[in-house]
Design a protein. Structure first.
Length: 83
């Protein structure tokens, strides 16, 4: 899940530490959410958005396939000794 937290924090003139203070969440956790390394729970996302006074839709962007590389399933072919 991508976020718009960097822009929102910048527009408000806040740091991650300020958001951490206002939410009670660790600054390192805020950083991981902001950089899309983890996806927060709904409750935590709402806590962040409440502190920033923005909607969840304004702060977070849903992606159908957020992580990793999508690969085709492996099925060996018949001519290479497959099943």
């Amino acid at each position: 899940m991508k976020t718009r937290l960097s822009k929102i924090l910048y527009d408000r003139g806040w740091t991650e530490m300020e958001l951490s203070r206002r939410t009670g969440l660790a600054q390192s956790y805020i950083n991981r959410v902001k950089n899309s390394r983890i996806v927060p729970t709904v409750r935590t996302a709402m806590k962040i958005c409440h502190a920033l006074e923005v909607s969840v839709e304004d702060a977070f962007v849903y992606e159908e396939k957020p992580y990793g590389v999508t690969r085709k399933p492996y099925f060996p072919s018949e001519k290479h000794g497959g099943f």
